[in-house]
Design a protein. Sequence first.
Lengths: 396, 429
Amino acid sequence: MSEQALSGLRVLDLTHHVAGPFCTKILADYGADVVKVERPGEGDPTRAVGPFINDKPALEGGGLFLYLNTNKKGITLDLKSKTGASVLTELVKQSDVLIENFSPRVMPGLGLDYKALKKVNPNLIMTSISNFGQTGPYRDYKATDLTIWGLSGILYECGEPDREPLKMGYNVSEYVAGLYGALVTLAGDYYRHDSKGGQHIDVSIWETFHTMQPTMTLVFAYAGFFRRRAGIHFPWGILPCEDGYVGFYLPTQAHWELLCTLLGQNELRDRPEYETPMLREERRDEISGIIVEWLRDRKMNDVFHAAQELRLPLTMVPNARQIFDNEQHKYREYFVEVDHPATGKLLYPGAPFRLSETPWQAGRAPLLGEHNEEVLCGRLGHSKQDLDKFKKEGVI
Amino acid sequence: MSELPLQGVRVIDSCIYWAGPMATVLLADLGAEIIKVESIQRIDFLRLLGGWPTPDGYEWSAVFNGANRNKYGITLNLNQEKGRDIFKRLVAVGDVVTENFSPRVMENWGLAYKDLIKIRPDVVMLSMPGFGTTGPLRNYVTFGPNVEMISGMPIISGYPGGPPMMTGYIADPAAGLMGAVAVMTALQHRKRTGKGQHIDLSQMEAMTTFMGEALMDFVMNNRVRSRRGNRHHCEAPYGVYPCKGDDQWITITISSEEEWKSFCDAIGNPHWTTDPRFSDGPSRCENHDALDKLIGEWTVEREKKDVMQQLQKAGVAAASVLSFAEMFDEPHFVDRGFFEMVTRAANNGTHPLAGFPAKFSETPLSIRRPAPTVGQDNEHVLKTVLNMSDDEINQLAEEEIIGTNPQGWPYAMDEEEAISRLKGIHGKD
């Protein structure tokens, strides 16, 4: 295997669900040596989430799990057992980084908090990703993606003003937190030098997601107001066309004029009732109606190119099928084929960024406990008999 | 004083708008020295986008000020050879160069990766245009909203039976975050091998990374998912419920039978909780409408903060839906010191600004300086980094290669009028 950007970085991965595994996926895909620790029997709970081929649940065939755990080695360990915890500390000795996303009580409860692990490996970087952080009055509270959206301030300003606010996408707050996890881990490792620099890094999912908006708290601090939830109405638009949707945000006078040109209806520019942005906002449904009428028998790709020729920022809004047909994705070969014993070959999203000298590499997720022998025997020096014993005791 | 993780790393940063600067602000927060390059002929457009229509309104863009703290700011007219020469001299003593222009811009200036490695062979360069540096769409116009649209996220977002919806902005900071991770990945490689490289980041590809689950369902089952509002595909109750007062809401999400039982106990086991329609996850999902109505009838009589405390005490994931006005007093944020008080003379005082959302035990981070005013650090950077003399600097100012007064700023409204106008367009007190 050729040299990759993060070759040589040894990551001990205790994460599960989405945020933590996405963090370690990024590291693994760019060459870090990631050993994922799952509990024996059922493994990472995301294995049960799906999607599954033909909706048939399968321990090794969960789509989200397969996507989030590419390029990792997989072992099992019951961390609640003394043996399990002891094997983990052996691994800690050989690792640069440990990443976990348990509730903050869990690692101390297992005797595996940073203080204890620092004694085992003073140079260790431990990255802990949790909903609220390792400290604070909400530290032990429960949260899911929707909870975090609601607390971040972002949910409140999404959706229509006359009904409940609306979350977007699936698990977006978790993906964001996972990326921050990768960022801080790499920064912490970059800093380490001359045997110093081991530390504990505390990532709060709530705080990370709060940064994903245009500093609205400062808008409020400067001027005493913030943006009102307003739905998607002109000059915003996600409107149907013949084979899907197109989208745009066209707030300025220049945009309006180019839009009229695109529609082939330059006379709209002369209409006094459409003269200014404010007047147009008042007649937003009317204007959207004109655009929808024009879009009715036009295909999204054609509209996209025609708009771009005028340098008008109007875009396709594709569904999953249409994403795969995107010519830019095809040219850049963004989707990659990954073979896996449980599913056969499937196309996965590929590199989130490209490095000219040390490219991203596709790989597959591990089977449950697939690398127990390689890691416990090969790296830690345990015998095959040890392994049988561990298995009997439910440690692996 | 403790050290910072990226101290000693110097970044020459020509990113503009929001996505690119979000990448470099994270590196700045982590301790790198970011030399942000604008020009007086063309200041960073984000100053205009979030700015005020007042004579100094380009210093009042909250989104700009948040996205550019901890950076040094200089101006260089890169359309002049002298400006480009200074840029190259900075690259020669820099580690990283960042930009998010359309690919032809740096090429036309002779500042593309292939040009810069002649000056600094081990430079790490981040290019993060909307569609990447190659391909049929490479020169197309995109802004953050367009990237969110083309990622596919709107199609799976919206009220059940309703049209696709979007946040309108999230792709910018998300792509920025990915950009920072990309730079760190390349820096790690460089630390180990001494070699730099060119990073080609397509904002569209970065955002599509968040679509894993929906895309896997398509490749596995040929299924295109529909919109389901705030609901989960198999857990219930899962949603946003009304509380007492105008536009007050709580999120309640229950992920196990145990949590459901705790929830029922916490709300006093009203008779409907024993209804067979709600006996397990699948039946609750099937009868989600009826369930939502009943839960809403309970929550609407209560304050959201009380509901949050009551349910969390019982081990249920419930929390207030907060507005941005409610962030500063949040006891959890106060305890963690998440908002830092930042003084910026150009904004007449001290205001709270969200800090970096993670804590390092040995190399703690902080907001060390506010966002630079236009050309604020011209002298400091040119003297300390390039050893320029006062005469040289004065000459550059005379030739308008550098400067501090943006040219052609069109606005002249007074502050009060500007605020009330912006409130009218956007606002809610």
